[in-house]
Design a protein around this ligand. Structure first.
Ligand SMILES: [Zn+2]
Length: 143
């Protein structure tokens, strides 16, 4: 498996567990939703596919989907998650969270796109988002 000069940053387990508790307790801003597509919606914790309806395409505060049942936080952070080798776009942000660049994979390797974006010294981090709706999937930081 290819490794690189970056690491993948899945959602923290405590954030995910709080979301599951919120959904179970009926909090108005949390809910469990039924699956309607096998490749629609990745779990932001284990970085595996979960089929859950999409959120607001362009909102930075849109829904973050995680599996309803406990799952293991993605641990191979030096490796790009295999479920998302296609269908992602990468956006580079500066330390003020301004988007400064964006690139799709376009049939190449995601590692190459990420490395290119991180070559910009102004890039503080890169977010992987779905290429179709722009939903946040995971963050990438320099090691
Ligand atoms: Zn999961």
């Amino acid at each position: 498996m290819r490794t690189s000069n970056f690491r993948v940053v899945p959602l923290k387990t405590e954030v995910v567990e709080a979301a599951r508790r919120g959904a179970k307790s009926g909090a108005s801003d949390h809910r469990a939703v039924a699956v309607d597509s096998p490749r629609g919606y990745p779990c932001r914790h284990c970085l595996r596919w979960a089929a859950i309806p999409p959120g607001n395409p362009y909102s930075e505060t849109g829904p973050i989907f995680v599996h309803e049942q406990p799952c293991e936080r993605y641990a191979a952070t030096a490796e790009y998650p295999s479920d998302f080798r296609s269908g992602r776009v990468f956006r580079a942000y500066n330390s003020k969270y301004d988007m400064i660049d964006a690139k799709p994979v376009n049939g190449g390797e995601p590692e190459t796109v990420i490395e290119t974006l991180l070559q910009n010294p102004q890039a503080a981090f890169v977010d992987a988002r779905s290429a179709d709706r722009g939903c946040y999937t995971f963050r990438i930081e320099r090691i």
